[in-house]
Write a protein that binds this ligand. Structure first.
Ligand code: BGP
Length: 462
């Protein structure tokens, strides 16, 4: 008997996590990242003063966690390697403890029938590399390429699906525009250079992979569709420019191998073009991705500017649009993000129509909720029906996209177990499993049991 929402055979059911958020950053001879440094110098910037040391300690619990993934019917899981763990300091000697750890994790996943998806960079710049200027410095790009090559040599015999970056725009926004990541710089010109250099690093790593290996390599982008307030040309222009800045700035070079000409003209007009090398254009053109991960949490709603920006204020993307609050919008009040399930479908249609229907999957989607203990049942389990609804409503739209021919291969929830959320630390919980941080005991939430059924049946009934 077929289900109301039956997904294609071999659909990827799983979840995603990142090294800094789960491993525990004092284990196993790891080097320091910008997160360790920022927490040491400004603990007040982190919710409840909780830093990256106190995590769900995947470093010691991975066997148990991977076993639970298997029980839940996961056929895929995305993790990231920590550059600072594998090569403390970012360049030089490889940390043998890290090699043993990642080998063990990869082998355990494979043993349990879970295909590992491995990402190389998830916001976690080694501190020594940041001291050299981070992505602004070409030497750091070279060091990153060496780290990637080392990772391929060590693990590509078993790992066949790789990603260069997770949400590369976030360190640009957080570190160089809006002050929510270290180094807390607010300077659009630097931000644009960092964004550009990140794409160059991405293309160089993609090139290095394709030279010797036969699996797939991609990038994971957080795509936020821009919806204009109205069809008024000024609103449409505002949303088009947002799309250029926040989506197409990475999507176009990654998938098409070139930047949108409208973005180049706009940056040129305002004197914001980054410095380039002659060979960059062909590097980008020849190294497009094999696979695209799409992180989708929220839409962006915009309107034309109410007031002309002060010409003496420093250049910012906000010179071109105002945010717009959609009346009657559905919100996740804990994270402050609008929930708009159809956005997932709109992204997929855009990829189908304008990006050659590139093979993709939902690499993150999820709902962070504060004080989830409120929903504990007598069985001491969190009854997170709101998360089940959230996932289900998104999956319905994803299913529609698939029916209409979109080349989307899977759905990963953020995240497997409650983890450390950067400056939000443990404020909002996203996991299928709750984690007691004192005992490290993991407990399946109701959504875990529901998702296990969905994965096993490859779909669900309404
Ligand atoms: C994405 C990141 C993840 C994760 C998630 C939830 O942007 O890739 O690392 O943290 O968002 O966001 P947050 O933890 O900020 O609530």
């Amino acid at each position: 008997m077929s289900l109301d929402y039956q997904f294609p055979k071999d659909f990827w059911w799983g979840s995603a996590a990142s090294a800094t958020q789960i491993e525990g950053s004092k284990n196993g001879g790891t080097g320091k990242t910008i997160w360790d440094h920022w927490f040491e110098t400004s603990p007040n910037r982190f919710f409840d003063n909780v830093g990256p040391y106190q995590t769900s300690d995947f470093y010691h619990h991975y066997k148990e966690d991977i076993q639970s993934m298997q029980k839940m019917g996961h056929n895929t899981f995305r993790l990231s390697l920590s550059w600072a763990r594998l090569i403390p300091g970012g360049e030089g000697k490889v940390n043998t403890e890290a090699v043993a750890f990642y080998n063990s994790v990869i082998d355990e996943l494979i043993k349990r029938g879970i295909t590992p998806f491995v990402n190389l960079f998830h916001f976690d710049m080694p501190m020594e590399m940041q001291e050299k200027g981070g992505w602004e410095n070409k030497e750091v790009i070279d060091a990153f390429v060496n780290y990637a090559k080392t990772a391929f040599e060590l693990f590509a015999d078993r790992v066949k699906i790789w990603f260069t970056f997770n949400e590369p725009i976030v360190p640009v926004e957080g570190g160089y525009l809006y002050d929510f990541h270290y180094p807390n710089i607010v300077d659009a010109k630097q931000a644009i250079q960092v964004a550009y250099n990140t794409m160059i690093a991405h293309a160089k790593v993609t090139e290095a992979y394709h030279q010797y290996y036969k699996g797939k390599i991609g990038i994971i982008l957080n795509l936020t569709p821009s919806y204009p307030r109205s069809n008024n040309p000024a609103d449409l222009r505002a949303s088009r420019i947002c799309d250029l800045f926040f989506n197409r700035s990475f999507l176009d070079p990654a998938v098409k191998g070139e930047y949108p000409s409208e973005l180049i003209s706009l940056l040129k007009e305002y004197g914001q073009l980054p410095e380039k090398q002659n060979e960059d254009a062909s590097l980008l053109k020849n190294n497009i991705v094999d696979l695209l991960g799409v992180n989708y949490y929220q839409p962006r709603r915009v309107k034309a500017k109410e007031n002309i920006p002060n010409p003496y204020s420093p250049f910012m993307p906000e010179w071109f649009f105002d945010n717009y609050e959609m009346p009657g919008r559905k919100m996740n009040p804990y994270r402050g993000w609008e929930i708009y399930e159809k956005g997932m479908y709109d992204i997929m249609i855009d990829l189908k129509e304008n990006y050659n229907n590139i093979e993709s999957f939902i690499s993150e989607n999820g709902m962070g909720v504060q004080n989830e203990e409120r929903f504990l049942s007598g069985k001491q389990r969190i009854e997170d029906d709101y998360r089940i609804d959230f996932i289900k409503e998104h999956l319905k739209w994803l299913h529609k996209a698939i029916e209409e021919g979109c080349n989307v291969k899977g759905y990963h929830l953020w995240t497997f177990m409650d983890n450390w959320s950067w400056t939000n630390a443990y404020k909002n919980r996203y996991g299928f499993f709750s984690v007691d941080l004192n005992t490290q005991k993991r407990t399946a939430k109701k959504s875990a049991l529901w998702f296990a059924e969905v994965s096993k049946q490859n779909g669900f009934n309404v």
